[in-house]
Design a protein around this ligand. Structure first.
Ligand code: SAM
Ligand code: SF4
Length: 485
């Protein structure tokens, strides 16, 4: 059961579990104050924490990995499911004793939960001093200073333009090889189950030249892989006149538009030695132009995270995903046709959405069989206050049934992952070494182009090396291989 629960909690757009969080690494540059940040939820949040650390660094804070040493504690939170919020609430109670011993410490809640609950959080969680939403991080130093002087503060202003393009993130928890880069913020889709449009605001794209500059700097520092992040990267759209997607779409006069395929190409051209990944792709937006760009550049990885959510067209309509089962399968067929069978495809799946019948649930299972996903992030539906689904539809599938359907989806995925991984046995694949394997000091962990973890013998290799590996064995989650000389 332990494993299943952990699978359920894996969050899309990333690999972290809600029960887990990432903390800051020690960065000591002789500043007088110390900041401790915990990040929950998706990769966007981890990337945002790096921006927060950079803003605080400019204002006299080093980061610490020990919250007992900190002057300021930030929790960068997630609201995507109720469980995520409960986890943060529990964690806050654990900070009560520190606040008692050290009343001068400032505790801040950042991110989606801050945006959703606003000043209600200050009333409900007495130890919290500052509440700051995802678009207001530039205001953090001022709010922290005011809190130190005894005034609690909230800023949950959602911007139509903010992209933090000029801020060079402090790389937290970095392995020095792979880095995440936000290329856009917010989301203009209104999937009926999802709280993100309310917590992260309108969609805006970041200046592509600032993205390329950041990628170039990372490469110069020795990084070998970048992941371009956004809730819906394929809808990236920027012009020098306008970065707000809605306004850009309205103004037909603008001609110097850069779309996602253009940006992908610009980033791929930084160096053939730098791998490029991206996440997340919305099935309604991924174009053939993007697929051809992936094919054209060897360093753009053959892997697409293409969340389907459900395999049934009626449920997809209720979810307001704006595509149906046939559209989705056509996109998958195009990926296979243009990039090939080996392209990794993963998905997010929601079990037990409002009014889902057994037959409709079986449509999700049958779609999984057709696509043969390499892996998936799987959840049962959690109603979120204020969303379209919460307003329009009854959350009428009993929890036991949601859990059982989710379990069937997880079992199907395990089976498919093993089937897909077995196809890799005997093949020689290019792997980027990321570091030492958790299992043994004598083994290294890397990833192939399709984003699968590959374990290989250490030999003389080090993190950052590209190697050719012959796959010899696998589990549903991991490939094992030996070096090819
Ligand atoms: N923008 C991405 C997309 O459209 O695929 C998804 C971002 S969301 C942070 C990650 C995943 O969380 C979603 O794909 C969905 O599967 C899941 N999710 C979102 N809201 C949920 C809810 N209310 N209950 C259960 N899962 C949910
Ligand atoms: Fe949420 Fe849909 Fe936007 Fe993804 S595309 S963040 S699921 S509203």
């Amino acid at each position: 059961m332990e494993n299943i629960i952990r699978d359920i909690e894996i969050v899309g757009l990333g690999e972290t579990e809600i029960g887990d969080f990432k903390t800051t690494l020690e960065e000591s540059t002789g500043k007088t104050k110390r900041l401790y940040i915990e990040s929950y939820g998706c990769q966007m949040n981890f990337s945002d924490s790096e921006i927060v650390a950079s803003i605080m660094k400019e204002n006299g804070f080093d980061t610490t990995s020990d919250f007992e040493q900190a002057d300021v504690i930030f929790l960068n939170t997630c609201s995507i499911r109720d469980k995520a919020e409960q986890t943060v609430r529990k964690r806050l109670t654990q900070f009560n004793s520190i606040k008692k011993q050290k009343p001068e410490i400032t505790i801040g809640v950042l991110g989606c939960m801050a945006e959703r609950l606003k000043d209600q959080l200050l009333e409900e969680e007495k130890l919290v001093d500052v509440v700051v939403g995802p678009d207001a991080y530039r205001d953090l130093p001022k709010l922290v200073m005011e809190a130190e002087e005894g005034t609690k503060g909230v800023n949950t202003f959602l911007s139509r333009e903010e992209t933090y393009a000029d801020i060079s993130p402090v790389r937290l928890n970095s392995n020095g090889i792979t880095a995440m880069i936000s290329i856009m913020r917010g989301c203009d889709n209104m999937c009926s189950f999802c709280v993100v449009p309310f917590t992260r605001g309108r969609e805006r794209s970041r200046d592509p030249y600032s993205v390329v500059r950041e990628v170039q700097q990372l490469y110069d520092f020795g990084y070998k892989e970048v992941t371009l992040l956004g809730q819906n990267v394929d809808s990236y759209k920027w012009s020098s006149e306008e970065n707000n997607k809605a306004r850009l779409n309205k103004n037909g006069e603008i001609s110097d538009i850069i779309n996602f395929a253009n940006l992908l190409e610009m980033v791929a051209q930084v160096s053939p030695d730098l791998r490029v990944r991206f996440s997340t792709s919305h099935p309604k937006d991924i174009t053939d132009e993007v697929l051809f760009t992936i094919k054209k550049y060897e360093n753009i990885c053959n892997y697409i995270h293409l969340p389907v959510q459900s395999g049934n067209s009626r449920i997809l309509k209720m979810m307001n995903r704006t595509y149906d089962r046939e559209w989705y399968l056509e996109r998958v067929a195009k990926i296979r046709e243009i990039i090939g069978e080996e392209c990794g495809i993963s998905s997010d799946m929601i079990a037990g959405f409002c009014s889902e019948t057994e037959e409709e649930h079986r449509d999700t299972l049958s779609l999984m069989d057709l696509v043969k996903y390499d892996f998936s992030y799987m959840f049962y539906y959690s109603e979120r206050p204020g969303t379209l689904a919460a307003k329009k539809y009854a959350d009428d599938i009993p929890l036991e049934i949601k859990k059982r359907r989710l379990q069937e989806i997880i079992e199907k995925q395990n089976h498919l992952s093993l089937e897909r991984n077995k196809k890799d046995i005997g093949k020689v694949q290019k792997v980027l070494v990321e570091g030492v394997s958790k299992r043994s000091e004598e083994q290294l962990k890397g990833r192939n182009s399709a984003n699968k973890v590959v374990i290989l013998p250490k030999g003389d290799l080090k993190a950052g090396d590209y190697v050719f590996v012959k796959i010899t064995d696998c589990t549903p989650a991991t490939l094992f291989g030996e070096l090819v000389h």
